[in-house]
Design a protein. Sequence first.
Length: 319
Amino acid sequence: MAQPLAEYARRVADLLQLFMAKGLVQKDGDTAVVRTIVVPPDDLTKEWNELVSLVQELVRRRRCAQKDRALSSNKYPAYRVDLPCLNALLLEAEAAKAVEVVWDVDKTCEQLRSWYKGLPSFEEKVEEICAGLKAPKVFAMLFIGPPGSGKTHMLLSLYEAIPTAAFLSGMALTPAGLEDLLLTGRVDVLLIDEVDKADVAVLQHLLPLAENNMLRIIKANKSAEVRIKKLIGTANVKRKTEVWNALQNRLIIVEFEMPTAEELREIVKREVPNVPEEFLSQVDLTRLSIRQAVMLASVATVNLNVALKLYQTLLKYSS
């Protein structure tokens, strides 16, 4: 369950209690009936509208609420809220809150050094990244370099080494999705792959996070100030837009170069320990991204011939 849903549930429970006491919401067995045809007192209009909006969000998410077609009209829908389900959401939220996860930056750096030991192209990057993670005035970093240089691999390594990190795709990210994620209060480090491909509206949200690790969010007529510790993204090239330039001025850049063939071979062997030697001897790993190389190596553990055929297909369609 996503924490924003729990926040909705908590507020819905409070508002249901308020309006059941006022007689504006009826309890019917294990459900509470919310009818939008009801006209609340003027001093409770704001709260009533908030309740309706939140219940509609639960319906949209298909959790603990549904439209009551028998009581609904075209103009005035009615909804039933499953009270035991709502209570379960609240208990789940409290249980999650009780398990507090603390990010240990030193432990993260130890893990990175261990994973990339013996890979010269990456060892230097690990030290640059760890310096940025530990520096109190560095709020944002950008991994920049050509495709296949290991930027995403490093970002995924960070995701694995930081228990309070979130990994997102810049192309798929929306302002609303980013806000919902940050409102969970569980994200210390925001990792965005291909942030250079994010929509301008998303980049505008990232500006204050890169500036002072804070973003003010307004949702359901409520304002919240959320904070993270680090924002880290990857990019292949520099965008030439005003918003991108503003973001770039607020971060430090870690430049990635293409790893050597031997380093790629070692990474593949670490990721897929049982990869056949025949695969490594017949495939030019420098023509693949790290991600592709690891995937094909995994296939090779199942069927070497299929992996080699897929390799030729990748070369055929690579740009």
